[in-house]
Ligand binder design. Structure first.
Ligand code: PLP
Length: 276
C-alpha cells in the first residue's frame, strides 16, 4: 500500500514507536537506481538477526519494494528510508510471541546541503559518545546520536564526532577517517561503531585501488590533531572533508588531495553502478 507521507499508519502500540524496538536502513538512489543495495540489505538482515526480529521479507521482495517506490515517486536522486519494527503488541518489555514485524518505507528527493560541503569541507565538533554498547546494530534508538548532532549544530558544526574512553569512534551519522603520512586511519569494526556501507566501500575497494594503506585501529583526538586530512563518510554524507575539528584547522585548513581522490573514486563507483 502506498500512501502520502503524512497519513497516520502507525499504531500506538507499535514497539518501534514505544521502545525504538526496530531497525532501519537508508539507501541512496542515483539516476533512478539503487546504490550498494546488496550491502544495505545484508546489514538489515544482520540487524534483524541480532535483535531476533524475524526477517519475513525475501531479498527479492525488499528490492521490489524499493523499486516500486522509485517508480511511483518518479524520484531519480534521493534516499529510500526503510524501517522494520518488531510489530504491534500490548506494552511489555520482553519480546512478545507471535507478532508480525511491521515494515514501512518512504522515499525523498536528495537535499542539496551536503553537496556544497563536499566541495568546501566542513567543521566537526568532538562530543562524548553517550550511546549504548551495540552501535553495530542499526537500531531505531538514536538518542545518543541525536544529542551529539544537536551539540554540533549549536556549535555551528556539520557533524559531531564521538569520543568513548578517550578514543574517536565515529560521527553521529557517519564514520570518521583521517589521513596521516599517506595512511588512512579509522576505528576498527566491532560493537562500538556501525559498519557503514560507505566505510566498507572505501576500506575494501577504493583505498586498495588507489594504493592507499588502511589501518583500522582506535586513535585519540591528539593523534587526529596531527592528521594531514580528515573526512566523514556515509550514505547521505558521501565523503565530506573535515577542515576544522573543535575549531582547530586540520593541517592548513584546506581540503586535502587524498580526500579529493577518494571523492572522485567514490563518484566513479556511483557512475558505474547507477549508470549515471
Ligand atoms: N555511523 C552511524 C552512527 C550512522 O548513523 C551512519 C549512517 O547513517 C554511518 C555510520 C554511515 O553508514 P553508511 O555508510 O552505511 O550510511
Amino acid at each position: 500500500m502506498i500512501v502520502s507521507l503524512d497519513e497516520p499508519i502507525i499504531s500506538m502500540e507499535d514497539r518501534g514507536y514505544q521502545f525504538g524496538d526496530g531497525v532501519y536502513e537508508v539507501t541512496k538512489v542515483y539516476n533512478g537506481r539503487l546504490f550498494a543495495f546488496a550491502q544495505h540489505r545484508e546489514r538489515l538482515y544482520r540487524s534483524l538477526r541480532e535483535l531476533r526480529i524475524p526477517a519475513v521479507w525475501t531479498a527479492e521482495e525488499l528490492q521490489q519494494f524499493h523499486q516500486l517506490l522509485i517508480a511511483e515517486s518518479g524520484i531519480k536522486d534521493g534516499g529510500v528510508y526503510l524501517q522494520i519494527t518488531r510489530g504491534v503488541a500490548p506494552r511489555a518489555h520482553n519480546f512478545p510471541e507471535n507478532v508480525v514485524p511491521k515494515l514501512t518505507m518512504s522515499i525523498r528527493p536528495a537535499g542539496s546541503a551536503n553537496a556544497s560541503l563536499r566541495e568546501t569541507g566542513a567543521k566537526i565538533l568532538f562530543a562524548p559518545d553517550e550511546r549504548w554498547l551495540r552501535c553495530d546494530i542499526k537500531s531505531l534508538n538514536l538518542l545518543g546520536n541525536l544529542m551529539a548532532k544537536q551539540k554540533a549544530k549549536e556549535a555551528g558544526c556539520f557533524e559531531a564526532v564521538m569520543i568513548r574512553d578517550g578514543v574517536i569512534t565515529e560521527g553521529s551519522s557517519s564514520n570518521f577517517m583521517i589521513v596521516k603520512d599517506g595512511v588512512l586511519w579509522t576505528h576498527p569494526l566491532g560493537n562500538l561503531i556501525l559498519k557503514g556501507v560507505t566505510r566498507t566501500l572505501i576500506v575494501e575497494k577504493i583505498a586498495p585501488e588507489l594504493g592507499l594503506p588502511v589501518i583500522e585501529k582506535a586513535f585519540n583526538t591528539s593523534f587526529a590533531g596531527g592528521a594531514d586530512e580528515a573526512f566523514v563518510c556515509g550514505t547521505n554524507t558521501e565523503i565530506v572533508p573535515v577542515v576544522t575539528m573543535d575549531n582547530n584547522p586540520v593541517a592548513n585548513g584546506q581540503v586535502g588531495a587524498v580526500t579529493r581522490k577518494l571523492q572522485q573514486a567514490f563518484n566513479k563507483l556511483i557512475d558505474i553502478e547507477c549508470q549515471r
